[in-house]
Design a protein around this ligand. Structure first.
Ligand code: HEM
Length: 122
């Protein structure tokens, strides 16, 4: 586990989705599907709190949510997502937690892509 705090995660999540909503490739997907942004940001902060801090604050099924929209997803979009996530983390967090949360996102993104059938035999 890293030295991240809940307020740092909240700030990171808010900045990341503010950026992603304006991204030409990713923005339309999120803006089409997410109806309640405050709720989404609460949920994603809870998700990262669960993953990075072991808080158990999140209960949900990200795999099912992404499988449901798999027709709109691609490895290129996941790369873009990861690059924006890495940039935002590097901008807002100290180097060590930034590297930790970037690596964790890469691992989860890989699993999501595999679950969505976007990767063959990797
Ligand atoms: C191309 C990349 C991605 C796209 C376009 C995308 C898009 C979305 C969308 C539209 C939702 C809302 C689904 C709904 O409410 O029906 C969602 C939910 C979510 N996403 Fe992603 N996502 C991507 C990658 C990721 C990655 C890499 C992670 C984690 C590292 C992630 C974590 C989550 C979580 C935790 C939720 C909330 C699931 C729930 O409702 O409990 N996403 N995503």
């Amino acid at each position: 586990m890293s030295d991240l705090t809940e307020p740092q995660l909240r700030t990171l999540v808010e900045a990341f989705y503010a950026t992603i909503r304006q991204d030409a490739a990713l923005g339309p997907i999120f803006n089409d599907i997410i109806e309640d942004w405050p709720e989404h940001l609460d949920k994603l902060t809870a998700f990262w709190s669960g993953v990075m801090l072991g808080s158990g604050r999140y209960s949900g099924n990200p795999m099912a949510k992404h499988v449901a929209i798999r027709a709109r997803l691609s490895p290129a979009l996941f790369s873009r997502w990861l690059s924006l996530w890495g940039e935002t983390a590097a901008r807002l967090l100290p180097p060590e937690p930034a590297a930790a949360i970037k690596a964790t996102a890469q691992r989860i993104a890989h699993n999501l892509q595999r679950g969505c059938g976007l990767l063959e035999n990797i």
